[in-house]
Structure formats: structure tokens, C-alpha cells
Design a protein. Structure first.
Length: 157
């Protein structure tokens, strides 16, 4: 089985750019056009600028903490192949994990950051014993793809 989460990654990128566009438009309207000259609802212009900036920063931090990744999974052939790229800015390094099916020992899914982030930890047999790969964030996978991945990995354990 081969699948990737290209469509979800596209939606996440569109959402990121739309949020940036809304942020810039609101800041432009408030600061450059001056639509809030007098106190509005008892709050000054600087309050609204601060709130919009705070909301945008919170959105950026949550997106960064969730660590969305483009993931391609392939279990056809003799190896399990995971190819992934982080969607975080400045972390576009392409990574891959290839595991011989006979060396695969299991997996574990960890949830963190208030259950907003899911990591897949793969366990393999090595010459020196059993080892774990570094976690792969599967937060950007759809529920369907997560279930396909779990079923595929369960068949190998």
C-alpha cells in the first residue's frame, strides 16, 4: 500500500497563507487606514493591534508545536518506507526511513501537546538489540490514513 497526505498538506498551506493575509489586512486597516481613531467599545487602537498580534502568534505557535509533515508511506516490497518533510519554516529537510520488514519489531503512537500532536515511534531489531527511530509526527494524516497505517504496521508485528 502506498499513500501520502498531499491534499491535507495543501489545505494546511492554504490555511497558513489565508491567516497571514487576514492578519496583514487587519493590521493595515487599523494602522494605515486608521479605521479605529476613537476608542471603540471602550478600547483603544493599540489594544486591538495587540490582540490581533497575540492571536496570530498563538496560531503560529500551535502550528509549530503540532509539527505538520508531508508523509509518504510505502509497504510494498521488502521494506517499509517512510519519506517525510516538515512544514515548519526553515526545516524543509527531506528525510526518509527504510526498514526491512524482517527487522521491524513494532510501533508506538504517542500523543502530546494536549493531544494535539501525534508521533509515530518505530521499533527495529539491530545487531545490538532493539532500537527506536526518532518520532515522526503523523498529526497531518487524516483519520483514514492513520487507520491504514496502523493496520499495515499491525500486520507486520
Amino acid at each position: 500500500m502506498i499513500f501520502d497526505n498531499r491534499n491535507i498538506v495543501l489545505k494546511l498551506n492554504i490555511r497558513r497563507y489565508l491567516v497571514l493575509l487576514v492578519f496583514l489586512i487587519l493590521m493595515g486597516l487599523i494602522l494605515l487606514v486608521g479605521i479605529i481613531e476613537k476608542p471603540f467599545l471602550g478600547k483603544s487602537e493599540s489594544f486591538y493591534v495587540f490582540m490581533i498580534c497575540a492571536l496570530y502568534i498563538i496560531y503560529i505557535i500551535i502550528s509549530y508545536m503540532r509539527d505538520y509533515k508531508f508523509i509518504l508511506y510505502n509497504d510494498e516490497g521488502e521494506k517499509l518506507i517512510f519519506r517525510f518533510v516538515s512544514l515548519r519554516p526553515f526545516d524543509n529537510k527531506k528525510r526518509a526511513i527504510e526498514i526491512h520488514k524482517k527487522d521491524f519489531k513494532g510501533y508506538k503512537i504517542n500523543k502530546s501537546f494536549f493531544n494535539l500532536k501525534e508521533d509515530l515511534i518505530l521499533t527495529v531489531k539491530t545487531k545490538n538489540g532493539v532500537a527506536n527511530y526518532a518520532p515522526i509526527s503523523i498529526t497531518a494524516l487524516s483519520l483514514k490514513h492513520k487507520n491504514l497505517l496502523k493496520n499495515s504496521l499491525n500486520q507486520l508485528t
